[in-house]
Design a protein around this ligand. Structure first.
Ligand SMILES: NC(=O)c1ccc[n+]([C@@H]2O[C@H](COP(=O)([O-])OP(=O)(O)OC[C@H]3O[C@@H](n4cnc5c(N)ncnc54)[C@H](OP(=O)(O)O)[C@@H]3O)[C@@H](O)[C@H]2O)c1
Length: 247
C-alpha cells in the first residue's frame, strides 16, 4: 500500500543556513514534513517531546562530526517515527581553497568527517530500516568538483568525489524500490559560494530560495509518484534538469 504523504517525512542535514535552510521552508510549503539538523543552538533538543507522527518542521541541534550524538538522535527518530522517505545529505564544509599540499591537516580531517564520513554513517544507521519498510532513498548534494578535477578545491573535491562513489555503490546494493542519487545544485549564492569566490564570482549564482523551491517540487514529485528508483545511481545536475524541462 502506498504510504500517506503526510507520513513520508524527510531528514535533511545542514539546515542552519544557505540552501538547507531555504529547502526546509520550501519542503514544508510543499507539505513535506522535515526533520532538520543544524548546529543552531536554539534548535530543539526534543528527545522527550516527539509527537507520535512528524508534523511539519522539527529542528534538531547536532554537530555532524559528533557521531555518538547523531547515533542517539537517529535511533530515537527511527523508534518514534519509523524510517524517513528521503534523506537529504546537504551539510558540507569548505575551507579556504589552496593547493592540496598547503591545506591544513585539521581542515582536511574536518572536511572528510562532515562531508563524507557523516553521510556514510547516516546511510549505515538508516538504510536497514528503509529496506524493511520497502521504500525511500538517499539524496546526496554533490558538486561539479566531485565529478571532474579542478585545481585548488582540496579535500572538499575529494569528499564530493567520495560522495559520488558512495551513492553509486549504494545504488547497486539497494533493493528496488529504494534509491540513491547525487544532485549537483550548480552555483547558488550562499555563504559557501562566497567563500569559494571571495573576490569575483565567475558565474551568476541562483538564489538559495529559488533553487530550494525547484528542488522541493522535484522531491515532492518523487514522493507523490513514488518514482525515485528511476533516478537510482544517477548523477543529477539541477541546471541540466531545468534545461531539459524536468523540474
Ligand atoms: N553554493 C553553491 O554554489 C554550491 C555548489 C555546489 C554544491 N553545493 C553543495 O550544496 C550544499 C549546501 O551548501 P550551501 O551552499 O548551502 O553552503 P552553506 O551556506 O555553507 O551551508 C552549509 C550547511 O552545512 C552545515 N554544516 C557544516 N558543518 C556542519 C557540522 N559539522 N554539523 C552540522 N552542520 C554542518 C552548516 O551549518 P552552520 O550554519 O551551523 O555552519 C550549513 O548550514 C553543500 O553540500 C554544498 O557542497 C553548493
Amino acid at each position: 500500500m502506498k504510504p500517506e504523504p503526510a507520513y513520508s517525512y524527510c531528514l535533511l542535514t545542514g539546515s542552519g543556513g544557505g540552501m538547507g535552510k531555504a529547502l526546509v521552508k520550501a519542503l514544508t510549503e510543499e507539505s513535506f514534513p522535515v526533520a532538520a539538523f543544524s548546529r543552531d543552538s536554539v534548535s530543539l533538543d526534543p528527545l522527550s517531546i516527539l509527537p507520535p507522527r512528524p508534523d511539519f518542521i522539527w529542528q534538531f541541534s547536532v554537530d555532524l562530526s559528533d557521531l555518538e550524538r547523531v547515533d542517539m538522535l537517529l535511533s530515537t527518530l527511527l523508534a518514534s517515527w519509523g524510517p524517513p522517505f528521503l534523506v537529504i545529505h546537504n551539510a558540507s564544509v569548505l575551507f579556504p581553497r589552496v593547493p592540496l599540499w598547503e591545506e591544513a591537516d585539521m581542515h582536511v580531517r574536518q572536511t572528510l568527517r562532515v562531508n563524507l564520513e557523516a553521510p556514510m554513517f547516516w546511510v549505515s544507521r538508516l538504510t536497514p530500516a528503509m529496506i524493511r519498510a520497502k521504500r525511500g532513498g538517499h539524496v546526496f548534494v554533490s558538486s561539479t568538483v566531485g565529478r571532474e578535477a579542478r585545481a585548488n578545491w582540496g579535500a572538499y573535491a575529494i569528499s564530493k568525489s567520495g560522495i559520488e562513489a558512495l551513492s553509486a555503490n549504494l545504488a547497486l546494493e539497494l533493493p528496488a524500490p529504494l534509491f540513491s542519487f547525487t544532485l549537483n545544485p550548480g552555483a547558488v549564492a550562499t555563504r559557501m559560494r562566497r567563500k569559494a569566490y571571495p573576490e569575483s564570482d565567475p558565474a551568476n549564482p541562483k538564489s538559495p530560495e529559488w533553487t530550494a523551491g525547484i528542488l522541493a517540487r522535484f522531491l515532492e514529485g518523487i514522493r507523490d509518484m513514488d518514482n525515485g528508483r528511476t533516478y537510482n545511481g544517477r548523477r543529477l545536475d539541477l541546471d541540466r534538469l531545468l534545461e531539459e524541462g524536468n523540474v
